[in-house]
Design a protein around this ligand. Structure first.
Ligand SMILES: *Cc1c(COP(=O)(O)O)cnc(C)c1O
Length: 457
């Protein structure tokens, strides 16, 4: 074991927790492209967005100039129940790999919802409550976001209506019951309770749903119910802003020991945990103060960055949401049944998309069986049972550490361990039984979905 003066877990004191979120858009010279109204193709105005989203969250969404936004005290108090989250030095993993690399991971699975999503859920519920709303609607795929939001809503006494992608609703009854324990109502999507759900069911009888379809249903209910707004757990700028707490804590912990990372790695579904983890580091990079290699990891079955196009696209299947410019596979693209439900979104955060386009971040895609191999390896040496989504980052962290073993370089690697995998044991079972597939879309599949992108300009 390497004998260093760095503890296994670097904790911050409560008093060292961030008091503001950091908005990296403020330091971007070329800003992410604005959301467009799907009918007029003009940038969405705050009043248009306010019909769907909470007012204060709209302001955060559109603010690309204010670098620091204060975290309200109520939110900071809630954060204190499960934060600061530990930054762990993966000594055991390093030894097992025999690598000279130094590996750290920021573990966000230390709360009942089991992932980083609570960081934004509590903020969004807070602003909904402050606005005097009765409740919020949302969609959930694998269930992590729905769980986090139902916890946050119960804390503030808000009603929470969750549209859960039908196949997850059926495959993950325990997730559903956790949400109901926190008082949320959970409807399998597509459902007969909305017009868009009925339409999708009529066109695709027997469909097991998709995130894009559940979003359309949740938005319809929010817009049609007095005192309700819609909230989203990823992709949006406001979510990346809230998730910056991950990166700010990581940086504060590293700074305590004068550690400077060389490589920062995170999985990317809609981009919120990665955007949050990298934000203060990207801020330094954008201001020319430091340089880091930043790697986004996505599933080979849903490769938005590595095989997508940078274009305006619909965020949902029903085409009711604003258009966002992002790396996308097309809103018509339905990824194969992949066990990392949180990474099955066709698009990507517009902020990360712009950073990727400017070559400030890199991206790689990894195959599902390679991901589970890394997940199991990690569980056996570090003890934590990782979520399949998080295991994408583990895979690439291990690959980079093995590269250091070949070259003898002592690089410092930091990766985001976004959550735990207790609700994903069917996926682990398939892996153990050798029944896991690696479905990768063909160029024809991608071209077909791309042909349906909206025409802008
Ligand atoms: C939702 C989720 C992700 C992916 O979402 P991002 O917005 O890309 O961060 C990753 N890991 C876990 C555990 C999740 O629940």
């Amino acid at each position: 074991m390497k004998n260093e003066n760095i503890p296994y877990k670097i904790y911050l004191e409560e008093s060292e927790m961030p008091k503001s979120w950091y908005n990296m858009r403020a330091d971007m010279k070329k800003k992410p492209a604005p959301l467009l109204n799907p009918v007029t193709k003009q940038p969405m105005k705050p009043e248009e967005l306010s019909a769907v989203f909470c007012e204060e969250l709209v302001a955060q969404e559109l603010d690309d100039t204010t670098p620091y936004i204060e975290i309200p005290e109520e939110i900071r108090n809630f954060y204190k129940m499960y934060r600061p989250s530990p930054l762990v030095r993966a000594y055991c993993l390093e030894e097992k790999l025999g690598t000279p690399a130094k590996i750290y991971y920021k573990f966000e699975g230390n709360n009942t919802s089991g992932s980083h999503k609570l960081n934004s859920a509590i903020a969004q519920a807070y602003y909904a409550k402050k606005q005097g709303l009765k409740g919020v609607t949302t969609e959930t795929g694998a269930g992590q976001w729905g769980t986090a939001l139902s916890m946050a809503c119960s804390y503030f006494g808000l009603d929470c209506k969750v549209f859960m992608v039908k196949c997850s609703y059926e495959q993950k009854p325990f997730r559903r019951e956790v949400m109901r324990t926190y008082g949320a109502s959970v409807t399998p999507s597509p459902s007969e309770t909305t017009n868009v759900g009925k339409k999708i069911l009529a066109e695709h009888p027997g469909t097991t749903g998709s995130l894009g379809c559940a979003i359309s249903e949740a938005v319809e209910v929010a817009v049609g119910s007095e005192g309700y707004r819609y909230v989203l757990g990823s992709v949006l700028n406001q979510v990346l802003l809230h998730q910056s707490v991950i990166g700010l804590e990581t940086k504060a912990a590293l700074d305590k020991y004068n550690i400077k990372p060389d490589i920062i790695i995170g999985c990317a579904g809609g981009g919120s945990n990665l955007g949050g983890l990298i934000s203060p580091f990207m801020g330094e990079k954008l201001r020319g103060e430091a340089d880091y290699r930043i790697i986004a990891v996505e599933p080979a079955s849903c490769p938005s960055f590595t095989r997508g196009v940078y274009a305006y696209d619909f965020c949902d299947t029903g085409m009711v949401c604003p258009l966002a410019k992002m790396y996308t596979l097309g809103s018509d693209f339905i990824p194969s049944a992949n066990h990392a439900g949180g990474l099955r979104y066709h698009g990507m955060s517009s902020t990360l998309s712009e950073l990727y386009d400017q070559k400030l971040i890199e991206a790689v895609s990894v195959k599902q069986t390679d991901v589970f191999e890394a997940a199991e390896y990690f569980a056996r040496v570090e003890g934590i049972l990782p979520a399949p989504e998080s295991s994408h980052a583990i895979r690439v962290a291990i690959d980079e550490a093995l590269r250091c073993k070949e070259t003898g370089e002592e690089k410092t690697i930091v990766f985001g361990l976004t959550g735990t995998g207790y609700f994903d044991m069917v996926a682990y079972e398939k892996f153990h039984n050798g029944e896991m597939s690696d479905t990768i879309p063909t160029d024809e599949d991608l071209a077909a979905a791309r042909a349906k992108l909206p025409k802008i300009d």
